[in-house]
Design a protein around this ligand. Structure first.
Ligand SMILES: O=c1ccn([C@@H]2O[C@H](COP(=O)(O)OP(=O)(O)O[C@H]3O[C@H](CO)[C@@H](O)[C@H](O)[C@H]3O)[C@@H](O)[C@H]2O)c(=O)[nH]1
Ligand SMILES: O=P(O)(O)OC[C@H]1O[C@](O)(CO)[C@@H](O)[C@@H]1O
Length: 464
């Protein structure tokens, strides 16, 4: 009998198709990571069933997909939506008071099921809280992936000048860190995306034990992200930026991210604006989610755009910077290929970047990178050797690195081809899943027939 798996991802907007990545602060890389992992697990012959539990949201501002209690992803994979808290869409920091409602419902549902899952895999602090309680209550092995850790985020935000109270009020950071500690206290296994996370970030948690952690980097969908341009896609991308760019064929400095403080986009604009060399040689292209009306953005997004518009004004970057309101998910790969064709760079100036799926996407499309010397960018650069790293908290370093990266065409070509080869070699979902499954079986001494629940004693440390 094959494995039965349960994944938990509770915040943001997730559905089986057309992810609205970048729409808001909570719908981005983790959403993509979880969906692609579940799809790849479902395709494995070792897996009979993989369900993804998330929050049921009834909100007229959103597509009806998110209010469906059950949505098929693949023949053996479903999204199960369970309501907790108010019906409407809430940003992740507001979910904490309602998570126990999900714990109770999930325990009831699992008790009624014919068989328990072989393990529960929780993604991020909120799911980690729920998964820890459910797994210890039912004696199910528990796997945790933080994706982004509260202690590291807090540390970086304090460094960037925010004070404790601001961080607490904006991000409910203490509840998040408490949930991460609980998850780590109960996890049989922690899956990290980089070694640095395990050695430098998780190690700051009281309940983390390094032998719990295994590093399996995520993959990228090479059917979507590659160097094969579709007919007219270059022109379509040019049309997207035409209203903004006076010289549309200059090599672009491209950034793609959620419009959140941690991504540090204003620093990139500042470095670009104060560099005559960068302004002469490049355009700045910012894909920061989709927006219809600024008033509908969450506070964090509004603050980021406010800073962006002030800097565009301060340096009079009119005609040199593009920040389209809207793009489709299927335009992201053509945008990377457009930037590569113009011999541009992908720039990730984040204060902290646990991994950075955009870096894999850019490299797969032949676009070299200049990225923050943190987390995933360090691991990706060491395997792909496709660009430069910089200290994202130092404007001079950021500016000088971009000037240097854009100055050598031969080096650019080397980086581009190394990135293409490196991604194929090190970052596929298929290799992620085969490592993930063999790791789980070894970790729990699981033979091909036994289920995990039979080999794991009822562990679980009660929620403190
Ligand atoms: O306007 C946008 C903005 C983003 N994206 C996509 O959203 C994803 C962003 O992923 P990532 O670059 O990894 O950043 P985060 O959204 O911050 O993801 C979090 O979760 C990821 C998975 O664990 C980690 O790689 C990150 O480090 C972590 O910050 C990528 O596929 C982007 O192409 C869009 O499609 N449109
Ligand atoms: O630590 P932060 O800044 O909340 O970033 C993590 C966020 O990024 C995402 O991975 C984007 O999908 C969210 O799931 C999560 O809210």
């Amino acid at each position: 009998m094959g494995l039965k798996l349960l994944h938990l991802h509770l915040h943001g907007l997730i559905r089986s198709h057309d992810l609205e990545l970048g729409r808001d602060s909570d719908t981005g890389g983790q959403t993509l990571y979880v969906l692609e992992l579940v799809k790849e697990l479902a395709a494995s012959l070792e897996v009979d069933q993989v369900d993804l539990v998330t929050r049921l949201i009834q909100d007229r501002r959103l597509a009806s997909d998110y209010s469906r209690p059950r949505e098929r992803i693949a023949p053996s994979a479903n999204i199960i939506r369970i309501p907790f808290g108010p019906k409407r869409y809430l940003r992740k920091e507001l979910l904490w008071p309602y998570l126990d409602q999900l714990v109770d419902q999930l325990i009831d549902q699992l008790k009624q099921a014919k068989t328990l899952p072989d393990w529960i895999h929780a993604h991020y602090a909120d799911a980690g809280y729920v998964g820890a309680l459910v797994s210890s209550r039912l004696g199910i092995p528990f796997v945790f992936t933080g994706h982004s850790l509260g202690r590291e985020k807090k540390r970086r935000l304090l460094e960037s000048g925010m004070d404790h109270l601001q961080i607490e009020n904006t991000y409910s950071i203490s509840r998040r860190i408490g949930a991460e500690e609980l998850a780590l206290a109960n996890a049989n296994l922690v899956v990290t995306s980089t070694f640095q996370e395990a050695n430098e970030q998780y190690s700051r948690y009281k309940n983390f034990v390094s032998k719990q952690a295994k590093t399996i980097p995520p993959g990228v969908d090479l059917r979507r992200f590659n160097t094969i341009s579709k007919p007219n896609e270059f022109e379509e991308v040019q049309d997207l930026f035409a209203p903004f760019l006076r010289k549309p064929n200059l090599p672009p400095l491209l950034a793609i991210s959620r419009a959140v403080r941690r991504k540090n986009i204003p620093a990139l604009i500042e470095a670009f604006g104060r560099s005559p060399l960068l302004r002469q040689k490049h355009n700045l292209v910012l894909i920061l989610g989709t927006r219809t009306d600024m008033k509908l953005l969450d506070k964090q997004q509004k603050d980021v755009f406010q800073q962006i518009f002030e800097l565009v004004d301060k340096y009079q970057l009119y005609g040199q910077v593009a920040y389209p309101k809207f793009h489709r998910r299927d335009q992201i790969a053509p945008i990377y290929r457009w930037a590569s064709k113009l011999e541009g760079l992908f720039v990730n100036p984040a204060l902290t970047e646990p991994f950075g799926l955009t870096l894999l996407e850019a490299a797969a499309c032949g676009l070299p990178m200049a990225a923050t010397d943190d987390g995933g960018p360090k691991d990706i650069l060491s395997s792909c050797r496709n660009g430069l790293l910089f200290d994202a908290t130092d404007l001079d370093v950021l500016q000088n690195t971009l000037e240097l990266a854009g100055s050598n065409k031969k080096l650019w070509q080397q980086w581009s081809s190394r990135g293409i080869d490196g991604i194929k070699k090190y970052y596929s979902w298929n290799s992620h899943v085969s490592k993930y499954l063999s790791l789980m079986k070894n970790q729990f001494n699981l033979s091909s027939t036994q289920s995990l629940a039979q080999v794991i004693p009822l562990s679980g440390i009660r929620a403190s």
